[in-house]
Design a protein around this ligand. Sequence first.
Ligand code: NAD
Length: 321
Amino acid sequence: MHTENFLVIGSEGQLGTEITASLRLRHGVDQVIAADLGPANPELHEAGPYVSLNVTDAKTLGEILDKYKISQVYHLAALLSVTGEKNPQLAWHVNMDGLLNVLEACRVRPAVSKVFFPSSIAVFGPHTPGIATPQFTAADPATIYGITKLAGEHLCEWYFRKYGLDVRSLRYPGIVSYKAMPGGGTTDYAIDIYRHALTEGKYTCYLGPDSRMPMMYMPDTLKATFDLMDADASKLSIRSAYNIAGFSFTPAEIAASIQANMPGFKIGYAPDFRQQIADSWPDSIDDSLARADWGWKPDYNLDAMTVDMLANLAELLPLKA
Ligand code: NAD
């Protein structure tokens, strides 16, 4: 049987940590090469092969693809919305030049059969209809991050149409998880709030109470990603990036969900510059094409996620006395 070899670029991050671990469970430890800027996650590296890679370095990327006979690339490395606003030149360089390097390196290597590129709800902007945002709609991103993701989606689609490169992509909403820390996104509060609830019993949110945003729990994110990558190519009608949704909530609603489990938990609000970014993003997403094309359906809602997050974080964190 033909063995698949995987490269996960950005393997240290919130997504990369879990995608690498899941791919290793599915395909074998040695079949999955983790790649990131530097060795910062010993737990992950001890678990399997790791290479140091700056994705803006096309030569080293090509050498790694050849050396490990890579057949599928998960290209996750990026600067996110908040980090990108602080360093827009670097965000453009990593997010655009990095993606172009990946697509080009994969195009010229017939051994590479599939590429995954995560897009984001950050492609949407103030003129996008905010409720049940359609797949095809106004997209006027307000951040450098969203601009790179929108251009990235189109670049992926162009590589598919022009060269037949099998690139697949999802517009992830805010992703909530407990294993790795989030990497500087506008939706990070939905992770911080659980950590603070357990360690301090209170949290001050950098968004106002009614800021509704689309979110997804990590197990659903992994399911969506692998279902898309496993889908028969003939089923995929979208080659830019699929709208994908879990559920939407506000800071007040997640606080209430925590209070149902921890009645003493207190929430305060001190909106900062991130409020503007949040306001430019949709409240909810229409993901009917993902459902119709490859059978997408999330398993978690807000309360099921809260129960699972609190139980898992309670084992990892020093709890409030
Ligand atoms: P993260 O910030 O936690 O991780 C990104 C990783 O990329 C980091 O480990 C970083 O060291 C690495 N990296 C940065 N520059 C690099 C470079 N030049 N070369 C190699 N590696 C580099 O981000 P994440 O949350 O894991 O996001 C992964 C992907 O998913 C990103 O493309 C992001 O835009 C997308 N996404 C994430 C979310 C979310 O809520 N986490 C939502 C939408 C889309």
